[in-house]
Design a protein around this ligand. Structure first.
Ligand code: PMV
Length: 311
C-alpha cells in the first residue's frame, strides 16, 4: 500500500495584507511552524466527517478537474500542525498544499511545485472567495517573497534575492485572540468600505505600497528605526481599513510605548481578536519579558523557512 507525507510552513505578512487584494505589493515570509499531512492508502473506504470531509471533497474535486482522474484510491488522512488555526498564519494554505502534494504522489503524478501552488490556489478560492494568492505562493515556495496580484490572471512574485539584516530579522508573534470573522468576511468588509469611501481608501492602499517599498530596503539594510516607523505606519493604515480590533490595538499600543512596533499579519478581525500580531523591537528580550508578565501569549518564529517538502 502506498503512503505519502508532505510538510508545509505557515507564513506571515510583513506588510501588504488587504492592500494586496487591490493589486498592491505584499511582502510575505514562510515561518518555522509547519503542517504535516500524511496519506496512507487503504483497501477499504475510510469514514470522513465534518471539516475533513469538506476538505477532501474540495481537494479531490480540484485534482480531478486538473488531471481528469475519475477514481481516487481509498486512503487514511492524517494532519498534524504546529500552526495555530485562523490566526493569519496561513494554516489553511499549508494544509491544502501538503494534502494536494500527497494526493498527487498517490496518483503517481509526481511532485511539481508550480502545479501544487496552482491547485492550492484553486482550493483556497473555494474557502476564501477571491484570495490574492499570496498565502499559497509563500507556503509552497518558501523563503521571503515580494508578491503582486496584477489582474487576477497575472500574478507576479519574486523571491527576495537577499536575507534580511541580522538586526532586522527577528520578530515575536503575539496572540491577540481568535478572530470572530473569517478572512473572507474581513476582505468583504474592506471591499464595502472601498465602495463607500473610494478616495480615502485608495490613499491608504497607495500608502501601503510606498511603505512596502521602503520596508524591504530597511529590512535588508538593518535600519531598525526605519523598520519601527514603517511597521507603525502600516498598522495605522490597517486600523483605518477596520481590520484591527480593540484587544489587538491595546497590545500594539503597549509595544509602541515600549519603543517597538507591531501589526497584525493576515486578514485580522474586528469584533474579538485579530489573530496573531508581529512585534519588532531593538530590545526584543526586554519586550518579551514585559509581555510575558502581562500574560500575552508569545511565539518566537524565524522567517524565510523552506517551502513544501516531502517527509
Ligand atoms: O488571514 P490570512 O492569513 O489568510 O491572510 C489574508 C490576507 C489577505 O490579504 C487579507 C487576503 C488575501 O487574499 O491576500
Amino acid at each position: 500500500m502506498r503512503t505519502a507525507s508532505y510538510s508545509t510552513p505557515g507564513k506571515i505578512h510583513l506588510i501588504g495584507e488587504h492592500s494586496v487584494v487591490y493589486g498592491k505589493p505584499a511582502i510575505l515570509s514562510a515561518i518555522n511552524l509547519r503542517v504535516r499531512v500524511s496519506l496512507l492508502e487503504t483497501e477499504t473506504k475510510q469514514h470522513f466527517s465534518g471539516e475533513l470531509l469538506r476538505l477532501k471533497r474540495i481537494v479531490e474535486g480540484v485534482v480531478k478537474k486538473e488531471f481528469k482522474v475519475s477514481i481516487f484510491p481509498h486512503y487514511e488522512l492524517n494532519v498534524t500542525s504546529q500552526i495555530p488555526i485562523g490566526s493569519g498564519l496561513g494554516s489553511s494554505a499549508a494544509v491544502c498544499a501538503s494534502y494536494i502534494a500527497c494526493l498527487l504522489d498517490l496518483l503517481g503524478e509526481g511532485f511539481n511545485t508550480e502545479v501544487v501552488n496552482k491547485l492550492t490556489f484553486e482550493v483556497e478560492k473555494t474557502f476564501h472567495g477571491n484570495p490574492s494568492g499570496g498565502d499559497n505562493t509563500t507556503v509552497v515556495y518558501g523563503g521571503t517573497i515580494w508578491y503582486r496580484n496584477e489582474v487576477g490572471i497575472v500574478k507576479l512574485f519574486s523571491a527576495l534575492p537577499f536575507l534580511f539584516h541580522i538586526k532586522t530579522s527577528k520578530f515575536l508573534l503575539l496572540d491577540s485572540g481568535h478572530p470572530k470573522e473569517s478572512t473572507l468576511q474581513m476582505v468583504e468588509n474592506v471591499k464595502s468600505l472601498h465602495e463607500r469611501k473610494r478616495k480615502s481608501i485608495e490613499k491608504i492602499l497607495d500608502s501601503q505600497e510606498q511603505l512596502a517599498k521602503s520596508l524591504v530596503v530597511a529590512l535588508r539594510d538593518g535600519e531598525s528605526e526605519d523598520v519601527i516607523q514603517l511597521i507603525r505606519q502600516s498598522e495605522r493604515n490597517l486600523e483605518k481599513l477596520g481590520v484591527v480590533g480593540l484587544r489587538a490595538r491595546s497590545i500594539i499600543r503597549m509595544v509602541e510605548k515600549l519603543g517597538g512596533a507591531a501589526k497584525i499579519l493576515g486578514g485580522g478581525g474586528y469584533i474579538n481578536g485579530s489573530g496573531m500580531i508581529m512585534a519588532y523591537s531593538l530590545n526584543l528580550v526586554g519586550l518579551e519579558e514585559t509581555l510575558k508578565d502581562k500574560n500575552i501569549p508569545i511565539l518566537k518564529v524565524s522567517l524565510g523557512e523552506s517551502g513544501i517538502r516531502k517527509e
